[in-house]
Design a protein around this ligand. Structure first.
Ligand SMILES: [Zn+2]
Length: 470
């Protein structure tokens, strides 16, 4: 039987802020366990939360970047459940009045509707070692935004590929907007997925199965593909899909039941009596809108329409903000977008991927590109030069002089060498005049290049020789 697939995403991203969401503990990653905690984020009796205004601002910024409406009044509620990483036994979250509603994100050629973005606090982290489990509360209270797609509206996310494209685009927008770093390996961006199948063309939705514990985009792709296949097989055999939450085991490449039939009522949400209603002024929304950094979609348009880059090159540059920023910075010094893009994509990106960071200054790269354009340095020698100075404090120009690869452009000098070669190789010259074989001419060019130790411009030498031997 043929089925329509409907995929819903819930994406959590840790906000970039100095401090946690409801206390002044530092929001950092990798510090000594339990070193950034206080009575508020540990949930000790009598401690009162104070809302971090900047966390609200960052949530609004995320919403505006994705075309959301901003609720002028937002409410914080308690989501009650027990787990060892949640000292308070409730999480401060938002249910009824989230900060952002009704957004969208373009995935391939579909505008995927997004229901909401709400602000909540993260839980601590459990570390399992041998026979013990340890808990680190440094992450408890870190501001987190949760985005939920709207599977009730068309168009839907219908495949694993579309889900990955959605997550990739979303991550890019958060990073460019300065809202979150979204380093997936650090758990700064996490996605839960729900999948349902319905007979092709049917308007009635199938039963939703949620999947949790999916680490990384590749795992999301695998988990979705697995779940679609699992449901297909059950339905094809006339079975019934049970509403449940499944846990994805990436090592085994399969999922298993975590719990069945859970919904929001089970969490006994109620307004947090310790926190006031949040009022968001239009003038604050306008200010955040006006200060929005340039976003990937706008940059892509600029790269393609103003700079004449291909769509592929634009996408490659935009995929990594460090690379994109570096490209733009280089253009400030040398506005040759296609040439610079070429160097950044082929030479800089390959090295950055290897080292995890760009280790050359824009001044040095621009010097090298210009030197090649001005025919002062041969292309191959320039690539070696880039390797030489990569990760060092050497200057490209000094290193080029030291290596003696700078072309001597004085025509007199090159001309002298050409004349010398023509005189010395008179036999070959005569042969060329008789046979007009371009191979012989190339041999003579080679001789000149050898004499000048590769510093002459081969193209110019060829031209000169052709003229001379006519
Ligand atoms: Zn704290």
């Amino acid at each position: 039987m043929q089925y329509d697939v409907v995929i819903g995403l819930e994406v959590h991203a840790e906000l970039k802020t100095q401090t946690k969401c409801f206390c002044s503990c530092k929001n950092t990653y990798g510090d000594l366990p339990n070193s950034n905690c206080c009575p508020v984020c540990m949930g000790l009796p009598g401690a009162l939360p104070v809302l971090n205004k900047f966390a609200v601002e960052q949530t609004v910024r995320a919403g505006l970047a994705l075309g959301f409406e901003i609720n002028k009044q937002a409410l914080f509620e308690r989501k009650n459940y027990f787990y060892p990483d949640l000292a308070k036994a409730y999480q401060i979250s938002q249910l009824e009045k989230p900060i952002c509603i009704n957004g969208h994100l373009k995935v391939f050629d579909k505008e995927i509707p997004i229901n909401r973005i709400h602000l909540e606090e993260d839980a601590g982290k459990l570390v399992h070692k041998d026979n013990v489990s340890l808990v680190d509360y440094n992450r408890a209270g870190v501001p987190l935004i949760e985005l939920v797609t709207d599977a009730l509206k068309q168009p839907h996310i219908e495949s694993a590929d579309e889900a990955i494209e959605f997550l990739t685009k979303l991550r890019q927008i958060y990073i460019y907007a300065g809202v979150a770093d979204c380093i997936v390996e650090k758990g700064q961006m996490r996605a839960d997925v729900n999948v349902s199948l319905k007979p092709k063309g049917s308007s009635e939705f199938g039963t939703k199965v949620e999947m949790k514990n999916i680490m990384g985009f590749k795992a999301v792709h695998r988990a979705i593909t697995y779940e679609i296949q699992r449901q297909k097989e059950i339905l094809d055999e006339g079975g019934v899909i049970e509403q449940e939450t499944r846990k994805w085991d990436n090592d085994k490449g399969e999922s298993y039941t975590l719990r069945t039939k859970e919904n929001s009522e089970d969490y006994r949400y109620f307004p947090d009596p310790d926190l006031l209603m949040v009022n968001i002024d239009q003038k604050d929304i306008d200010r955040i809108k006006d200060s929005m950094p340039i976003l990937p979609a706008q940059l892509k348009e600029k790269f393609m329409n103003e700079y004449g880059l291909s769509e592929y090159d634009s996408d490659v540059l935009l995929a990594d903000k460090e690379v994109c920023d570096f490209f733009i910075a280089c253009l400030e010094d040398y506005f040759k977008p296609k040439t610079v893009a070429n160097w950044v994509i082929t030479e800089v990106l390959a090295r950055q991927k290897l080292e995890g960071k760009i280790l050359v200054s824009k001044e040095n790269l621009v010097w090298i590109i210009k030197a090649v354009d001005d025919k002062k340095v041969q292309r191959l020698a320039a690539k070696d030069l880039l390797s030489d100075i990569w990760g060092t404090t050497l200057s490209a120009e000094e290193q080029a002089r030291k290596k003696d690869i700078l072309a001597d452009l004085s025509t007199d000098f090159v001309l002298e060498v050409i004349e010398k070669v023509v005189k010395e190789k008179s036999g070959v010259v005569e042969q060329f005049k008789r046979e007009k074989d371009p191979k012989i001419l190339n041999f003579l060019v080679g001789q000149v290049m050898k004499e000048t130790r590769g510093k002459a411009n081969a193209q110019a030498v060829l031209q000169k020789l052709t003229d001379m031997l006519k």
